[in-house]
Design a protein around this ligand. Structure first.
Ligand code: ADP
Length: 439
């Protein structure tokens, strides 16, 4: 027991004994009563002072003057309140500092709750997205940034890659939205102004598209003359004939390159058609299988080409793009598989969607190259290119076509064991249109 408490008890005992002694002396109880009442009055007064002080308390208010155990109680409460106040001040400073740094950010920061309503945004969000305080507080995020692409991005709940959209304030401002989930289903939306990057990228695309387009006319002229020369120059002039043949082959290669570049520019630079066609993929693959046989014959190869396609399964998409994508995969199989090899083309569905696959037992690809195979001009083996005269753009085209059809390209391959390229389309791309009966 500490000294203050001991003194208090001692004082109580002393006063009590004195009052008792006096009561015994005068043979009456009034001294005891008077002392008890006086002590009660003293305690009640201290309690009232404490209560008054607490109700008006501010950490800087001086403590009421008192002694003994009451002084100690007052002191203890005072110090606890001071400590709490200091902790609150430190926390407030920390929050203010965090808020100041978020406000100073050039990128917009928006906090959206699980119902999709805006809880917080910084100054950059006002500038980039036009949010106004306090009017827009608790408004639905997608009501303020209205864009069907954002809606479907949010519905997909796949936020691994950011999405780039024009600002709702100014169409020429391109913004990149990165969404991170936190807490109980809330989102942290980071919005970055990528207009400069976007414009540079657009310039690059336009440049490639324009150059490719400009190359088309001179190439056609050259090819025309070469064909005429090849027909008119007598075969006995072997050296000249060989030179003309090589020029003809290279001009064909150049033409393919220009066409592939134009196709890529189209795939990158145009909006996806939101009214897709219904495509009879089995018929399309039938035509490709025929073309593959013709190509094998031109290349002097004997290949066993097998087609297994579900003719009831139709796809919603762009026929031009799928023609090009599937054509590239089938042409590659023919180009790279050695004579006597097998090529199997399949088209089927399961509960995950629809699939088109091309399998060959050709030379295969070292798995270490597979992640980069769809990059433009990436070739694992440059000697194959010289032999086959490819453009190095075929798989980049397939990847873009698949992206535009909400699907993906899977590649399975091993050196010497052959390859399987599978185009996977989501179920949403399968056409539910009833089949028309052809009589
Ligand atoms: P390319 O015009 O060179 O064929 P692609 O983009 O179509 O360009 O293919 C990239 C590379 O992938 C090819 O150069 C080739 O090395 C490899 N490749 C593609 N398809 C096959 C296949 N079926 N078998 C083996 N290698 C392949």
């Amino acid at each position: 027991m500490d000294i203050t408490r001991r003194n208090e008890i001692r004082r109580l005992v002393l006063w009590g004994s004195a009052a008792l002694a006096l009561s015994l002396l005068v043979e009456d109880s009034w001294p005891l009563l008077v002392v008890t009442l006086a002590m009660l009055a003293f305690y009640v007064r201290q309690l009232l002072r404490l209560s008054r002080w607490l109700s008006q308390h501010q950490a800087r208010n001086e403590l009421p003057e008192t002694t003994g155990v009451w002084g100690k109680i007052f002191d203890e409460i005072y110090h606890r309140l001071r400590r709490e106040e200091q902790a609150r001040e430190t926390l407030e400073q920390l929050i203010n500092r965090a808020e100041d740094s978020v406000t100073a950010l050039r990128d917009a920061v928006v906090v959206v709750d699980r119902q999709g309503r805006i809880e917080y945004w910084n100054a950059a969000a006002q500038r980039l997205l036009g949010f106004k305080s306090p009017h827009d507080k608790r408004q639905t995020f997608t009501n303020l940034v209205r864009d069907p692409r954002l809606m479907s991005y949010l519905d997909s709940e796949d936020f691994r890659a950011p999405i780039t959209l024009p600002s709702p304030l100014n169409e020429s401002l391109m913004l990149e939205f990165t969404i991170t989930r936190f807490g109980d289903g809330d989102w942290l939306v980071l919005v970055r102004d990528v207009t400069r990057l976007h414009n540079l990228e657009q310039m690059r695309k336009d440049f490639v598209a324009n150059v490719s387009h400009e190359l088309k006319t001179p190439l056609t002229v050259l090819k025309g003359y070469l064909e005429t020369l090849l027909m008119t120059v007598p075969e006995e002039q072997t050296r000249l004939h060989r030179a003309l043949n090589q020029m003809d082959q290279q001009s064909h290669r150049m033409e393919n390159l220009v066409n592939d570049l134009l196709m890529l520019a189209r795939l990158e630079g145009t909006e996806v058609d939101n009214q897709p066609q219904v495509i009879a993929v089995a018929d399309m693959l039938q035509r490709h299988a025929q073309d593959a046989k013709a190509l094998a014959a031109t290349l002097n190869k004997t290949l066993h080409i097998n087609l297994d396609a579900d003719s009831t399964l139709k796809l919603r998409g762009s026929s031009l793009e799928l023609e090009s994508g599937f054509g590239n995969l089938i042409t590659n199989a023919v180009k790279y598989t050695q004579t006597g090899g097998n090529i199997s083309i399949r088209w089927w569905q399961d509960d995950q969607g629809a699939y088109m696959s091309v399998t060959d037992n050709g030379p295969g690809i070292d798995p270490k190259h597979i992640p980069r195979l769809t990059e433009r001009f990436y070739r694992p083996d440059s000697s194959r290119v010289t032999q086959t005269g490819g453009t190095g753009l075929g798989l980049a085209i397939v990847k873009h076509v698949m992206l535009r059809h909400d699907g993906k390209l899977d590649i399975l391959s091993n050196l010497t064991k052959g390859s399987t390229f599978t185009c996977h389309f989501p179920t949403s791309r399968i056409s539910a249109e009833p089949l028309r009966k052809i009589n």
